[in-house]
Ligand binder design. Sequence first.
Ligand code: F6R
Length: 610
Amino acid sequence: MCGIVGYLGRREAVPIVIEGLKRLEYRGYDSAGVALFSDGAIDVVKRVGKVSTLEEALRARGLKATIGIGHTRWATHGAPSEINAHPHLDCRSDIAVIHNGVLENYSSLKKRLLENGHRFVSETDTEVVAHLIEGLYTTGTSLDQAVRLALQQVRGTYGLVVMSRREPDRLIAARRGSPLVLGYADDGYFIASDASALIQHTRKVTYLEDGELAIISRNGIITKTLDDVEVRKAVEEVTFELEQIERGGYDHFMLKEIHEQPETIRNAMRGRLLVEQGEVKLGGLDHVRKKFVQARRIILLGCGTSWHAGLAGEYMLEQIAKIPTEVEYASEFRYRNPVITPDDVVFAISQSGETADTLAALREAKARGATVLGIVNVVGSTIARETEGGVYIHAGPEIGVASTKAFTAQLTVLAMVTLMVARWRNVVGVDQKLLARELASLPEKVARVLSRYDLIKRIAEEFKDGRNFLYLGRGANFPVALEGALKLKEISYIHAEGYPAAEMKHGPIALIDEHMPVVFIVPKDAIYEKVISNIEEVRARRGRIIAIANEDDDQIHKLAEFVIPVPRTYGFFGPIVNVVPLQLLAYSIAVARGTNVDQPRNLAKSVTVE
Ligand code: F6R
């Protein structure tokens, strides 16, 4: 949600900032801008649209500088426009600010600043910061002091970087609620919203914590608290490779990430699932074993796709580990005064580890005494750092805005947590060895589904002009229906709804006619016959049926117009395999409709605002 890049050093800043913004474009892509310091002045260039448009504009201007900041925007306050794009300036164009986050009290601050004679040009909350700093940046005050004083007046969230004409060899960065990472190289220093913007230049990073400020100069970086106390931070090594954040021959990141799933599922299990022994070892949970043994219940928190993973996890935890489990929208949980006790174990599930709602919900649960753990992808992210322990899903960087490989890796981790909790709580009747073997077989099964891509493309051609879709599944495949519908909505802009198949007759059945595609997830499990009855109900109303069914299901071909075969999978682990054709279907329909698959309209990869 908004990408920030800054550079100060011996090299040309423009290519570094532009390259960094391109890597961060998945965080926001409605407009972009840079501020560069050269010849005693700050030059600002902004454009609506993609970073490549900004790049062309910069090429035309031929600006040169060794210090620069850049921003790619996901609009919160003010429509996407050149005026509202960052950086924002003070009245004298001496101070430039880029910001990710939301300033809650900006309108009262703006009113006061207007009364004091400041002139505003944009509708953004961010511009307030530039004017606040301007007012406080009096003779004898340094830029970092002025930034600190300004931030004492704002309420809300920010990751921001400030540049000043008066102190051209410095950048000031500060963080509350929106991530910032600092990078160290021999020929300069970097700041960015995430490490993917830096790793081309350096692997040495430190993460700024909430309430911290960094003074970046040509001599190094000093970090302080916002109360001006110096903080010494350990330099960490970024471990992912550049290829992992490049498309590697695929048309889109989403397609690449869908195809990576056999490997990412394997990575999630590597060194943790001991198939022969039928055991799971999750080092990040060992120290809270007693809490799991004594727990009254488990609560799974998440948003969007991560919430769907929680729903599928609930089936595993309740049915296999026999522990009461609740799944909560993080965004609702934080505002409904939940009853939480120290006997509750809470997992925050998040790909990015930065989702504002999930972070706020886990803080709420922590404040109420629960044991708070994470199931997170991004190493070193805020959720990972604020939880008492947890499990990284090890899916590698997910760049496509629509989440795919993170979902299946989250489910794989939830399955392993389930096996471990079942063992810790001595649940009888769980064949751990059998379930471990089932888990180990998932990568190969997912690869088999991927081999159906051509069939799925043909189905997509047939349905690409649809206006509405229904996705229906039962039991553990109900969350798969929700996820399939979400994927389609996000990237193809076709309205889609996921429903428990049997709920259809309580309302949505009214929608069915010969124009309505209905996707059924119908594996041969204990409720297979029930879902077949639901299929018959749709057929009777001339709905068009696409079935995700097992490879050995002969009956289904008589009922469905299209069948996408999937391997048989142990019931509660089924979602890990059954969701894959739905990812490919949504992708193929979006491509057939010509939408921007990796950067769908109005969305951003990590939602760091409420
Ligand atoms: C869907 C999607 C979103 C995210 C949600 C939570 O494709 O990407 O629904 O799942 O915003 O994000 P994380 O998992 O980063 O907390």
